[in-house]
Design a protein around this ligand. Structure first.
Ligand code: GDP
Ligand code: MN
Length: 396
C-alpha cells in the first residue's frame, strides 16, 4: 500500500526525523492562506499523487507570495499531472502540500528497502540525491551505497556512521545524518514498510546558528507490505481509494487477487502459481495477458461471476482464457459462474475454458449444455491447447 507525501512526512516527523512544516490544501485560495500561515519567504507547492517524478512533470513549484501560491496551485489542480512515472494520460491532482521552502546546499538520497538477494532490510544512500537518482543508479551504480541490516538488531549506529562518512558528511552533519538513518530504519521496521525513501535529504547552507548547515527531509515516499497491514490499523486508514485502480478495489471486495496488465487476453485462474504459468504460456504463444487473476480456492459462484465482470470491463480484453486445476476449488463452481456471467454480462469475445480436477465431470456437462447459448465458448483439452486456441482465436 502506498501513501501520499504529506502522510509520509507526518510519519517521518513522528519517528523524530526533521521535516519542514507543511499544510495540505485542495484549492488555490487555501494554498494562498497556507502560504500566509507558514510565514516563510519561500514555500513549495507540491502535487499529492502516488506517482513519483513530480518535479520533472511540473508538480513541484517554489512560490514567493500568496498570489503566486494561489495561481501555481490553481494551475497544478487544473489538469492531470504527467510525470515520467504516470504514462501519457497523467493522474488527477486532488490535493496539494504547501510546505515551507528550504535553501539547499546539497541533495542526498536516503532509503530503506528489502534486499531480496540477502533476505534482509537494506539501507540505501547516495550523495547524488535529487530528481536524477534513477539515472545515477543506472549509470554509476557505484555511487549508491548499500548497507544490509540485521532485522532483529536494526540499523546499528556504527553502520550509520560508516555510511555518513562514505556520503561525505562533515562536522555536525555526521551526528544529524546518523540520527536520521537510525530513525528511518526504525520507521521502516516498525511499520512493516516495503520501501521508505527520502529523496532529497538536504543539507542547508551554513548560517550563524548552524555552521555546518541543517539536515532536513523534504520529500518522502513510503509503501507498506499489504500482508502486514492487519497489524497497523492507523496506517490502513491512510489509503487513498482515488489512487487505486477501481477494478482492483472491486476485486479485493470479493477476495480475488487481480492485477491489471497491458495485454488483451483476460485470464481467470485458481492459484497464483498457475496464474503465472498461464500468463507465461500466453506469452509463449505470442500474445499478452490483460491481467493476473487468482480466484483462490474458496471463491463462490458469485465471486467468480464478479471476476468475469471485472475482466470484461477492461475494453482492451479481446479474449478470455479460463484455466482451472480444481483442488479445493470445484470445477462446477467455475462452470456455473461462466453460465451466470454469460446471462448477466454476455461473452462477446472468444472464451476458452480448460478445467481439470475436483468435480470436473459435472463441470464439463454444464459447459457442454451451455455451448449452444455461448457461441464464443470453446474447450481446451490441456493448458497448451487452451493457450493455442485463445491466441489463434485472437489472430483470426
Ligand atoms: P519529486 O520530483 O516527486 O521527487 O518531488 P520532490 O519533493 O523531491 O521535489 C523535486 C525537487 O524539487 C527536489 O529534488 C528539489 O530539488 C526541489 N525542491 C523541492 N522542495 C524544495 C524546497 O523547499 N526548496 C528548494 N530550493 N527546492 C526544492
Ligand atoms: Mn523526490
Amino acid at each position: 500500500m502506498k501513501i501520499h507525501e504529506y502522510q509520509a512526512r507526518d510519519l517521518l516527523a513522528k519517528f523524530g526525523l526533521p521535516v519542514p512544516p507543511g499544510i495540505v490544501v485542495s484549492s488555490g485560495d487555501e494554498a494562498a492562506n497556507a502560504f500566509t500561515q507558514l510565514n516563510s519567504p519561500v514555500a513549495v507547492v507540491k502535487a499529492q499523487v502516488h506517482a513519483g517524478g513530480r518535479g520533472k512533470g511540473g508538480g513541484v513549484k517554489l512560490v514567493k507570495s500568496t498570489d503566486e501560491a494561489r495561481s501555481v496551485a490553481n494551475t497544478i489542480l487544473s489538469k492531470p499531472l504527467v510525470t515520467p512515472q504516470t504514462g501519457p494520460e497523467g493522474v488527477p491532482v486532488r490535493k496539494l502540500l504547501v510546505a515551507a521552502g528550504v535553501d539547499i546546499a546539497k541533495e542526498y538520497y536516503l532509503g530503506m528497502a528489502v534486499d531480496r538477494a540477502r533476505n534482509c532490510p537494506v539501507l540505501i544512500a547516495s550523495s547524488e540525491g535529487g530528481v536524477e537518482i534513477e539515472q545515477v543508479a543506472h549509470d554509476t551504480p557505484d555511487a549508491i551505497i548499500r548497507e544490509p541490516i540485521d532485522p532483529a538488531m536494526g540499523l546499528q549506529p556504527f553502520q550509520a556512521r560508516k555510511v555518513a562518512y562514505q556520503l561525505g558528511f562533515k562536522g555536525k552533519q555526521i551526528s544529524q545524518a546518523v540520527k536520521a538513518m537510525v530513525k528511518l530504519a526504525n520507521l521502516f521496521i516498525q511499520t512493516d514498510a516495503s520501501l521508505a525513501e527520502i529523496n532529497p535529504l538536504v543539507v542547508t547552507p551554513p548560517d550563524a546558528d548552524n555552521p555546518d548547515g541543517q539536515i532536513l527531509a523534504i520529500d518522502a515516499k513510503i509503501s507498506f507490505d499489504d500482508n502486514a497491514l492487519f497489524r497497523h490499523d492507523d496506517i490502513k486508514q491512510l489509503a487513498d481509494p482515488h489512487e487505486e485502480d477501481p477494478a482492483e478495489i472491486q476485486a479485493n471486495k470479493f477476495g480475488l487477487s487481480y492485477v491489471k496488465l497491458d495485454g488483451n487476453i483476460g485470464c481467470l485462474v485458481n492459484g497464483a502459481g498457475l496464474a503465472m504459468a498461464t500468463m507465461d504460456l500466453i506469452k509463449l504463444h505470442g500474445a499478452e495477458p490483460a491481467n493476473f487473476l487468482d480466484v483462490g480456492g474458496s471463491a463462490t459462484e458469485e465471486a467468480v461471476t464478479e471476476a468475469f465482470r471485472i475482466i470484461l470491463s477492461d475494453p482492451k480484453v479481446k479474449g478470455i482464457l479460463v484455466n482451472i486445476f480444481g483442488g479445493i476449488m470445484k470445477c462446477d463452481i467455475i462452470a456455473r459462474a461462466i453460465v451466470s456471467a454469460a446471462k448477466q454480462i454476455g461473452f462477446k469475445v472468444p472464451l476458452v475454458v480448460r478445467l481439470e480436477g475436483t468435480n470436473v465431470q459435472p463441470a464439463r456437462q454444464i459447459i457442454k449444455d451451455a455451448q449452444a447459448d455461448i457461441p464464443t465458448l470453446s474447450v481446451g483439452t490441456d493448458l497448451t491447447d487452451a493457450a493455442k486456441k485463445i491466441t489463434a482465436a485472437l489472430a483470426a
